[in-house]
Design a binder for this molecule. Structure first.
Ligand SMILES: Nc1ncnc2c1ncn2[C@@H]1O[C@H](COP(=O)(O)OS(=O)(=O)O)[C@@H](OP(=O)(O)O)[C@H]1O
Ligand SMILES: Nc1ncnc2c1ncn2[C@@H]1O[C@H](COP(=O)(O)OP(=O)(O)O)[C@@H](O)[C@H]1O
Length: 193
């Protein structure tokens, strides 16, 4: 008994962390990790982050890419800004701090998908460079691929498939990206269209 007691006391005390508002938390490792999952799936998890104005073709490219990879035998998952705002992000508006929180959450979710071994395709306007870079920083470099839908506002506005630009121009939507809200183009994207 004394032996077990002394061994217990010799064992390193777990290091507790305080992260944000979460105090006294401890990371728990599992024996099955990213390496094992990737081996099972036969692929490397990564995040393909598609950014651009509304109407620039983000969702179209995300779905086409997902379909192509799927039929070549790869596991993919699309995280679309519009769709996530129906659930996970339904509490967020389009004011600057909510857009930032939107991108932070999706960046974290995308990281989990990549950790699970999936090719995660995120398509969001993600208008702020700093927010996109924060998502990039969550993953090792080669696992975050930024795709910039580099289309002029005029073309996106001419497409206007949902009629949102029209509403923004007539003042019925306030703070619409590209009209009366900023979009910061990437300077270090891996791919641009
Ligand atoms: N004010 C304003 N500005 C921009 N977009 C607006 C706005 N209000 C509604 N929508 C619709 O929301 C979709 C963008 O959502 P995201 O989550 O990708 O936006 S963001 O990354 O938080 O900026 C966007 O979808 P996409 O057209 O697919 O980009 C619009 O349909
Ligand atoms: N390469 C393309 N050429 C022409 N039209 C396109 C192209 N990609 C997308 N579109 C059209 O542009 C509109 C906006 O595309 P969408 O993928 O919904 O953009 P986003 O997700 O960026 O808002 C849709 O009507 C879509 O059919």
């Amino acid at each position: 008994y004394c032996y077990i007691w002394s061994m217990e006391n010799l064992r390193e005390k777990p290091v507790m962390s305080n992260i944000g508002k979460s105090t006294n938390i401890l990371w728990h490792d599992c024996p099955i990790g990213q390496t094992e999952r990737q081996k099972l799936l036969g692929q490397k998890g990564c995040v393909i982050w598609i950014t651009g104005l509304s109407g620039s073709g983000k969702s179209t490219v995300a779905c086409a890419l997902s379909r192509e990879l799927h039929y070549r035998g790869h596991h993919t998952y699309v995280l679309d800004g519009d769709n996530l705002r129906h659930g996970l992000n339904r509490d967020l508006s389009f004011k600057a701090e909510d857009r930032t929180e939107n991108i932070r959450r999706v960046g974290e979710v995308a990281k989990l998908f990549a950790d699970a071994g999936t090719i995660c395709i995120a398509s969001l306007i993600s208008p702020y460079r700093r927010d996109r870079d924060a998502c990039r920083a969550l993953l090792p470099d080669s696992r975050f691929i930024e795709v910039f839908m580099d289309l002029p506002l005029e073309l996106c506005e001419a497409r206007d498939p949902k009629g949102l630009y029209k509403l923004a121009r007539t003042g019925k939507i306030k703070g619409f990206t590209g009209v009366d809200d900023p979009y910061e183009s990437p300077v270090n994207s891996e791919v641009s269209f």
